[in-house]
Design a protein around this ligand. Structure first.
Ligand code: DGT
Ligand code: CA
Ligand code: CA
Ligand code: ZN
Length: 573
């Protein structure tokens, strides 16, 4: 069983975190983070490429050294330097740095100044009020840490959707290949495209004599068979992800798909509708007395209940039942409606590919425009551009635009929003761009009133267009900035500004409920990949998932428009 790209990426992330805890050079740390992203976004399996004799050091951002480490991971599941560092850094520190709100830098500080080296120590120190006294910590963060430790204690690990997908899709293909298997699908939160999944729920219709259960338990990536029965088995994969498999008859497949797709809250509503009609609804079907009146496919179940089939992304009991009853389910945006990407990086800052390569990759995706938005000077470790360098880039992009056919390259910048709410670049250079995405990259822990005010100040600048990754959260790693989202959205609407759904699997920022809030308040959103290389452009579909969970239709999304229509919307004059 080849090592999945996500697993290689995870080890590089881990190595980067350990390096950071040790206080290693920021550029070195970043090299591993970038490599993790490169590998995670590769369109092919790195292990497969090695197998075919590919030279991984030719990948952007991967030199000889990193290529060697990848080969070692593929060969042995790890690499020497990681083992060595894991030996040096106490295990508890790694766990600490995983806590939202902490991260490696603060972990190092806690270790240095309080001698704390695991979660128990940390809790004790926080309870004794020692943490708040440290430089840059304070009472709020101390409480955040205590909450996070408490939450972690009673919690199973969740997996990012994109990570789960890299393990789930090959497994699903494996099952579909087993003789006698007629249908197979992944239900649960995975099918609802939730940003993280707790476990996978696979449903299969198979002939009686199909060896599907044995082939499931014997799958190469299975670490442990938790239970195995005739109609239900559970296994744990090597990275810890648990998978349930259920085998059923075709006549119940639709009912099972409905039941195990959930959500639980949605199911409770549909079951109540059935009960009100004097029926019974469960994973085997919709029953009137003992007669099954629906169950073969999902649409049939919904229709029998007086509803219509609805996309799984909507099934959270957030109004979708009522909307279906009124015949007013929203039309949801799809990937093929996207005409361009409005946020990406190139070798001018911390991207791995040239603007030309990015443009060509965008064109290959069928886009008609791509905005080049490299960092501004305040993002120093990301190689941010000062006004002179940006002016040079503007000239280069103009030159490139002349040479390129069939794709429009837009001049942009990802401008840091400074602590006082001013933008990191002067107006005269901002004025020369086609668009500006503006972001918070530091001081994410300001109190809510200050943070909200900071963003609104920034929007007061007439060149502000799109608030990128609005809260700065990293799923399970970094808490969102404390923004009053309703106030921010109202301010954006008033000023003709927009917000972004950042499609990177670890960001997915705005989250679904905030995207929905934006739609309801009439603020359109960009869905952008923030790609740092050509392969990063593929993340668009995760942004689409998130947008669909926020009920967004094509009209609610900026980049479903032609550049002409979009330019008009962006023009604040
Ligand atoms: P996860 O795995 O935590 O990301 O979330 P889900 O939604 O995949 O939840 P899971 O795996 O516990 O169960 C799969 C589906 O099965 C769930 O979405 C709805 C259904 N289900 C599970 N337990 C119950 C229950 O107690 N009542 C009802 N009505 N449905 C349930
Ligand atoms: Ca599940
Ligand atoms: Ca489950
Ligand atoms: Zn960016």
């Amino acid at each position: 069983m080849p090592v999945a790209n996500a697993e290689i990426a995870e080890l590089f992330e881990r190595y980067a975190a350990l390096l950071e805890i040790e206080g290693a050079n920021a550029f070195r740390v970043r090299a591993y983070r970038n490599a993790a992203r490169t590998i995670e976004n590769l369109p092919q399996s790195a292990a497969g490429m090695l197998d075919e004799g590919a030279d991984l050091s030719e990948l952007p951002g991967i030199g000889e050294d990193l290529a060697g480490k990848i080969a070692a991971i593929v060969e042995s599941g790890g690499f020497e330097e990681l083992d060595a560092l894991e030996g040096e850094v106490p295990e508890g520190l790694a766990a600490m740095s995983d806590l939202p709100g902490l991260g490696p830098k603060r972990t190092a500080q806690l270790h240095r100044e309080l001698g704390v080296d695991d979660l128990d120590d940390l809790r004790a120190a926080a309870e004794a009020g020692e943490v708040r006294a440290l430089d840059g910590f304070g009472r709020t963060l101390e409480q955040t840490i205590l909450d996070a430790i408490a939450r972690r204690a009673g919690q199973e690990k969740r997996f990012r959707l994109a990570t789960a997908e890299q393990l789930a899709e090959p497994l699903l293909a494996h099952l579909r290949d087993v003789e006698g298997v007629e249908q197979a699908e992944i239900a649960g939160s995975y099918r609802r495209r939730k940003e993280t999944v707790g476990d996978l729920d696979i449903l299969v219709v198979a002939r009686e004599d199909s060896p599907v259960m044995d082939r499931f338990a014997g799958y190469d990536d299975v670490d442990e068979v938790v239970s195995q029965g005739e109609t239900r088995s559970t296994v744990r994969l090597r990275n810890g992800l648990q998978v349930d498999l259920r085998v059923m008859e075709a006549a119940a497949y639709g009912a099972a798909l409905h039941y195990f797709t959930g959500s639980k809250a949605h199911n409770i509503r549909t079951r109540r509708i059935a009960v009100d009609k004097g029926w019974k609804l469960n994973e085997y079907g919709l029953f009137e007395d003992d007669e099954r009146i629906a169950g073969r496919d999902e649409a049939e179940v919904y229709e029998a209940l007086g509803l219509v089939w609805m996309p799984p992304e909507l099934r959270e009991d957030r109004g979708e039942i009522e909307a279906a009853e009124r015949g007013e389910l929203p039309e949801l945006v799809t990937l093929d409606a996207i005409r361009g990407d409005l946020h990406c990086h190139t070798t001018w800052s911390d991207g791995r590919d040239t603007a030309r390569a990015m443009a060509e990759a965008a064109k290959a995706r069928g886009y008609t425009y791509l905005a080049v938005t490299d960092h501004s000077r305040h993002s120093r470790v990301a190689g941010g551009l000062d006004p002179d360098r940006l002016a040079e880039q503007i000239d280069e992009v103009d030159r490139l635009a002349d040479e390129l056919d069939g794709i429009r390259l837009l001049k942009g910048s990802e401008v840091d929003i400074l602590e006082d709410g001013s933008l990191d670049l002067p107006d005269d250079i901002l004025a020369r761009l086609d668009l500006r995405v503006c972001s918070l990259h530091d001081k994410l822990d300001l109190p809510q009133a200050k943070q909200t005010e900071r963003v609104i100040r920034a929007m007061d600048n007439r060149w502000f267009n799109i608030l990128a990754h609005p809260t700065g959260r990293l799923i399970d790693k970094r808490e969102p900035a404390a923004l009053d989202m309703e106030t921010v959205l109202a301010a954006a609407r008033e000023r003709g500004c927009f917000l972004e759904i950042n499609a990177q699997p670890e960001r997915l920022d705005l989250k679904d409920t905030h995207a929905r809030m934006a739609k309801e308040m009439g603020v359109k959103l960009a869905i952008s990949t923030d790609a740092h290389g050509t392969s990063g452009l593929a993340a668009m579909r995760f942004g689409i998932d998130q947008a669909r969970r926020g009920w967004l239709g094509p009209d609610d999304v900026l980049n479903t428009r032609s550049w002409r229509d979009l330019a008009e919307l962006l023009d604040r004059s």
